[in-house]
Design a binder for this molecule. Structure first.
Ligand code: ATP
Length: 361
């Protein structure tokens, strides 16, 4: 019998699933038997997975099923989720499971279920009325979620794919930051830029995301200035994506997440004042593809807020999407600002004039 020696070729019958499972750190610790899970219906699908609603011990859950070719993404998301510290504004992680099919094993991440879908879905639903109270509530919850990532000890986490699609909202209208599969800590290398997987997120990518020059020295200065010690997959995971060394990656830090938060502010503000959702950058008809979008944001172009936007909110938005990461506020500063602006809004005279700006159906 001919022996096939090419490593790229394998007979599916010979895949040792047990070995794969054992190679995933802490899998057994977090494993939930598939028999305990009841599947209810399909919720949606992303670029990496299919998502189902299910039940575990009668409690509603979301089951994110990764196809076998997405094993690396599964490992990344699993690594991130097990290292999250509990926060009401981060999606709660319950465990992992395996769906067994003949010659095929799909790995699943089990999380809490968010019945109102994503913040994006809420903003695009014209039947939902959004006013300034929701603006303050959602913005505060998102920034508190980010703060718990950025302040994680001993190693902080940068999400790096903060978009309104990745903010899920539960029955009680609480925002939960989710989808950590893109939280590769060296994500913005060429592989990421060229990937179709994340094409929805370009409008949320900070301008420094498209830097490719080797700027190790800058990285050091930047990290010193920001007291950053961000968890890096290159040191904490065996993921293949980490092999592209951080030496050629731009200095992406918590301030990249703040930029993305600023773009979510734009989405909320324009939805509240205009009464309908506008995609960030969609006003610029000359921008036809993601490359042009990245180039334009690198050249300082930003989605423009409605003319009537209250000035303190506009000021905070502009700071968050500042060209220089160093000028962008930290989560603590955003929280302080939001609290001050909200107190100002609650003064009856201000409230009356700001509420007049909200377009009601
Ligand atoms: N916990 C949850 N509760 C309710 N719906 C969820 C939950 N998790 C995911 N979904 C739904 O499934 C969709 C896809 O999930 P998710 O964004 O995690 O997939 P993905 O493949 O990682 O996405 P992307 O294409 O951004 O990489 C979400 O937009 C949402 O509609």
């Amino acid at each position: 019998m001919e022996v096939v020696t090419n490593n790229n070729f394998f007979d599916e019958n010979e895949i040792d699933f047990k070995l794969i499972k054992e190679s995933i750190i802490n899998f057994k610790l977090w494993e939930i038997s598939n028999q305990q899970i009841e599947y209810v219906c399909r919720l949606g699908s992303g670029s990496l997975c299919r998502v189902y609603k299910g039940r575990l011990n009668k409690k509603p859950i979301a089951i994110k099923v990764f196809s076998p070719i997405r094993l690396e993404e599964f490992k990344t998301e699993f690594l991130m989720m097990q290292s999250l510290r509990s926060s009401p504004f981060l999606i709660s992680f319950y465990g992992v499971s395996i769906v067994e099919e003949p010659q095929k094993q799909c790995y699943c991440i089990i999380t809490e279920f968010c019945s109102r879908d994503s913040l994006y879905h809420i903003m695009t639903d014209k039947t939902i009325e959004l006013g300034w109270n929701r603006f303050f509530q959602f913005s505060m919850q998102i920034i508190l979620g980010l703060q718990s990532l950025h302040n994680r000890k001993p190693k902080p986490i940068v999400h790096r794919d903060v978009t309104s699609l990745n903010i899920l909202v539960n029955e009680d209208w609480e925002c939960k930051i989710s989808n950590f599969s893109a939280s590769r800590f060296n994500c913005l290398n060429t592989e990421y830029i060229n990937s179709n997987n994340h094409n929805k997120s370009f409008a949320f990518c900070s301008p420094e995301s498209s830097d490719f020059q080797d700027n190790d020295d800058d990285d050091d200065d930047y990290d010193n200035n920001n007291n950053n010690n961000f968890l890096s997959l290159s040191s904490s995971s065996s993921s293949s994506s980490s092999s592209s060394s951080s030496s050629s990656s731009p200095p992406l830090t918590s301030k990249s997440d703040i930029y993305s938060f600023g773009i979510i502010m734009f989405e909320l503000i324009s939805r509240i004042i205009n009464g309908e959702y506008s995609h960030p950058f969609s006003e610029f008809k000359e921008i036809k593809n993601d490359f042009q979008l990245m180039l334009s944001s690198k050249n300082g172009l930003r989605p423009s807020l409605p003319n009537l936007c209250p000035q303190p909110i506009e000021k905070l938005y502009k700071l968050c999407v500042d060209q220089s990461p160093l000028n962008r506020p930290s989560c603590e500063e955003v929280i302080m600002s939001l609290n001050q602006i909200r107190s100002f809004y609650l003064i009856p005279q201000t409230k009356k004039s700001w509420d007049k700006l909200v377009l009601k159906k």
